[in-house]
Write a protein that binds this ligand. Sequence first.
Ligand code: HEC
Ligand code: HEC
Ligand code: HEC
Length: 435
Amino acid sequence: MSRLRFAFVYALVAVVAIGGAVALLLIGLGLRGDDAVAPEPPVAAGPFVAQPGQVERGAYLARAGNCGGCHTARGGLPYAGGRVIETPFGGVPAPNLTPDLETGLGRWSAADFWRALHDGLARDGRPYAPAFPYPDFTLVTREDADALYAYLRSLPAVRRANDPGRLRFPYGTTPALAVWRALYFRPGVFAPEPAHDATWNRGAYLVRGLGHCEACHASRDALGGASAAASFTGGALPTQHWYAPALAAPVEAGLADADATQLVQLLKTGVSPRGAVIGPMADVVATSTQHLTHEDLFAMAVYLQPASGANPHATASRAAPAVPDAPPDQMKAGAAIYHDHCARCHGDAGEGAAGAYPALAGNRSVLLASPVNVVQAILGGGFPPSTAGNPRPYGMPPFVATLDETQVAAVATYVRQSFGNRAPAVSVLEVARSH
Ligand code: HEC
Ligand code: HEC
Ligand code: HEC
């Protein structure tokens, strides 16, 4: 049984047990599970008139929060919902956010909207699944929430009924979500830290609140919760076979030696001298960060500098354990594959080509302790996002049909232990598990 599977079964048992206990407790108190959270009386949505500039401001904030990235199905109409957010506990479809009266937010008041974003509660008082990153959005200010609401109200109404949730029992039930919230959710608006300047605080607000970077870049326990101590420790995206590196650990995302300018460049254009974004991060850049102003990206970069205090664990970088040499046969096979299939773009010495092909020498994706990202890159290839700063990105072909698992393991091992790189060898089993 894989470790993930084990975690899942463990989580299931735990949730059933805890959920059952809570349900019993509630019955004991004479409450039904559904009443666990007392619903506020529904507020009628009066005619809504946006203040000057509010819609534009909301449109920008929606980019920063990547609302459209989740609430738009592939090939679907913007914000009409339908994309399913996969979690280890099942899929959660993102709802229609357009102002349609029957299927969207047409009857929602600004107060209903605030409650969803800030408290993670639906109009009828039911808690949302945290696939909606409200544990991060709770930091968003009321003013920004109102601007987001104004923007969503300004969109063309699209009639598209929401799909039923697909969380496996009992995860989607009110008692299970109530337990999850009791363990991991603390509502609270962002409070600027006086010890830091306005730039740092703006960056903290965007990274930890609206930008919900921790939704991916934090490790999760068996119940899918991230504790405060886990902030920016790096997180596996279990359903996608990608690993979001620790943003505050110098050995991983490597922001310690990447200056703020390089990070801004990566978030703005999808490419930087130290590597390209690939996989789920390419989508984040495409639909969110490339649209942010230089000032906001710079603020995020300032906040993420390890020395800036964003993460108390930053300096306690996980010192890389001594890496054993890969088997010589595997290195030899890997070298041959590299020279046949990879060197024409990434260069004989892994030096890449500026502006076109990322260098593999010193590349952070290649050097991560976990091999999942390098394996995903080789199997699936891909393009960095097309951005204003890099409108015609160079792509990489997928090798899933050209190379077998043994060959992928060999070439991945080769790039991890050549050109001055030093990361653990990759086994065939690890490749097999990555897709
Ligand atoms: C990572 C994906 C993701 C992102 C990003 C995201 N949402 Fe959602 N959102 C969801 C999911 C999934 C749900 C449904 C949760 C559930 O059914 O329990 C949801 C639910 C909602 C709801 C409740 C709608 C209803 O009909 O009950 C609102 C309002 C909402 N999101 C607004 C936003 C806004 C505003 C943003 C941007 C600031 C945003 N969302 C960003 C995934 C996302
Ligand atoms: C046609 C040119 C081309 C070939 C051939 C090619 N790559 Fe790539 N490679 C790229 C481009 C372009 C990117 C950036 C892709 C992205 O961001 O989605 C990339 C990205 C990568 C990455 C991720 C780097 C990062 O910064 O995240 C790895 C690892 C990688 N390639 C390894 C290989 C290996 C190993 C081979 C041979 C099996 C190979 N590539 C063949 C062009 C190529
Ligand atoms: C949907 C999940 C997801 C979200 C949300 C997300 N990331 Fe990522 N991020 C990833 C993954 C996966 C990678 C590794 C693949 C890659 O390097 O492109 C990554 C890579 C990165 C890297 C590159 C690190 C390196 O090795 O050079 C940076 C920087 C980064 N993310 C910053 C952010 C910031 C800032 C935010 C919030 C605005 C954010 N990410 C939100 C998934 C995510």
